[in-house]
Design a protein around this ligand. Structure first.
Ligand SMILES: [Cu+2]
Length: 474
């Protein structure tokens, strides 16, 4: 097992093989991934990005996309892609009603585009796969923040590059705060983002990339670190769970059997809190939860467990160390949170079929590979549409999901079974397991028109071809 001290020794002697203990040599020969000394490292919290300028109604932020290194495994520097040198990128803390202008400069040798996932933004700020920032160039994205407060994230969306570039590090959180909070959910230091993802790291500390390489991405990272720990007091915390993995689905529970009180979904607060003992998050999905540690004993350790993890490094993904006695806690979880809009009857019904062409090795939507020149559906702004989304991949049991840019939709049912309260609204990404049909109700209530993509959010699928686009007309 490699720990920090071993790794430092390696650096001192300058040779990789010399100071490796025997079991690591075995792993070096037979296993592709690191064995991490678990829970030796404090959970990193991504820095909140300070505006470079603040005007009456606008904050200006600067992001530089570039190469960098990150300490994913304790004591080891791994080459990654970064925003502002950080892995994951810094958190942008936006406020409802204030515009955020984000000036992005690309210092990579490849193109990039930034998509604000979950954002109600103009088409030219959506990070469309063809609206890329070429190497050496900059682009300004305008995010008006005219939507409910919630947990969004930004990530690379450059055509054919996004799967690898997101995997190598190009993602970060974008939190929208209420202009006037109507609740007293835990906040500040008690509001903790947990950006989850996985990675395959070689013995020499390098990220290993292969499209559809999910099977080898055996190390789960929380905010960019493998198996970190977080010291908590005996009180309530809000945890913002974000699945930033390319392909991995997380099934989460707390090791002490405590419940999560889910207060938010993809696009913000739920109508009312829902108690859940287990939470499943598909790629790009989010769940805001409140966890109560006041009943835990001082000195106890509680694990955030990923039930489906295939190894310790992907199963026990974060440890909460309870210490410091009970803390007076002014937070509360109200009985009602944010009402969902009243659903409107749809005027258009569409079918969306997700499939895999085994001969071509390509993922398709309605039998077609993505063509950025093609408009798949023309939508009239303001209308409500019913989409029936079917995953046809029963032969290989390939999971897919569907993400719509621009709006939050309502999940009606899955194979006729009504969506659970926590999955109904507000959603921008929905799980579509093999052989199932999911029906969603989408009201195109954004003020913006133009071309927006929709796609599977298994990014390795979408970056190959599993993407299509709508044109919203006035
Ligand atoms: Cu897919």
């Amino acid at each position: 097992m490699i720990n920090r001290r071993n790794a430092l020794t390696l650096g001192a002697v300058g040779g990789v093989g010399l100071a490796l203990p025997t079991e690591s040599l075995m792993d070096f020969a037979f296993g592709p991934s690191w064995t991490v000394e678990p829970f030796t490292r404090a959970l990193p919290i991504p820095q909140v990005l300070r505006p470079s300028a603040t005007r009456i109604d606008t904050d200006v932020y600067r992001l530089t996309v570039g190469e960098g290194t990150a300490e994913i495994v304790p004591g080891v520097r791994t080459n990654v892609l970064t925003y502002n040198g950080q892995f994951p990128g810094p958190t942008i803390l936006a406020r409802q009603g204030r515009t955020a202008k984000v000036v992005v400069t690309n210092t990579l040798a490849s193109a990039t585009a930034v998509h604000l996932h979950g954002g109600n933004v103009p088409a030219d700020s959506d990070g469309h796969p063809m609206h890329v920032i070429e190497p050496g160039r900059s682009r300004t994205y305008t995010y008006p923040n005219i939507q409910r407060a919630g947990t969004l994230w930004y990530h690379d969306h450059a055509h054919h590059l996004e799967a690898e570039q997101v995997y190598r590090g190009l993602s970060g959180l974008y939190l929208i705060e209420d202009a006037r909070p109507t609740h007293r959910l835990p906040s500040g230091a008690h509001d903790i983002p947990l950006l989850l993802r996985d990675a395959d790291i070689s013995r020499d500390g390098e990220l290993q990339w292969a499209v559809f390489g999910q099977a080898n991405r055996s190390l789960v990272l929380v905010n960019g670190a493998a198996q970190p720990r977080l010291a908590v007091r005996r009180r309530r915390y809000r945890l913002r769970l974000v699945n930033g993995a390319n392909e991995r689905t997380f099934r989460l529970k707390l090791s002490n059997g405590a419940e999560f009180v889910q207060v938010g979904s993809d696009g913000g607060l739920l109508p009312r809190p829902v108690r859940r003992s287990e939470i499943t998050l598909w790629p790009a999905e989010r769940a805001d939860v409140v966890v109560e540690f006041s009943g835990a004993a001082d000195g106890s350790q509680i694990f955030l467990e990923n039930i489906d993890g295939e190894s310790d490094a992907s199963r026990r993904i974060l440890r909460f160390d309870v210490a410091g006695g009970p803390e007076s806690d002014g937070s509360s979880v109200p009985a009602t949170l944010a009402p969902a809009p009243i659903p409107k009857p749809p005027t258009v019904t569409r079918k969306v079929e997700l499939s895999f062409d085994a001969l071509a090795g390509t993922f398709l939507i309605n039998g077609k590979a993505y063509d950025p020149e093609r408009v798949d559906f023309t939508v009239k702004r303001g209308t409500t549409e019913l989409w029936e989304i079917t995953n046809l991949d029963t032969q290989f049991e390939i999971p897919h999901s569907l993400h719509l840019h621009l709006i939050q939709f309502r999940v009606l049912d899955r194979d006729g079974i009504p969506a659970a309260e926590w999955e109904a609204y507000p959603k921008d990404t929905v799980a579509v397991p093999p052989g199932t049909t999911v029906r969603i109700l989408a009201t195109f209530d954004s003020p913006y028109t133009g071309i927006y993509p929709f796609h599977c959010h298994f990014i390795d699928h979408s970056s190959t071809a599993m993407m299509a686009q709508i044109k919203i007309e006035p």
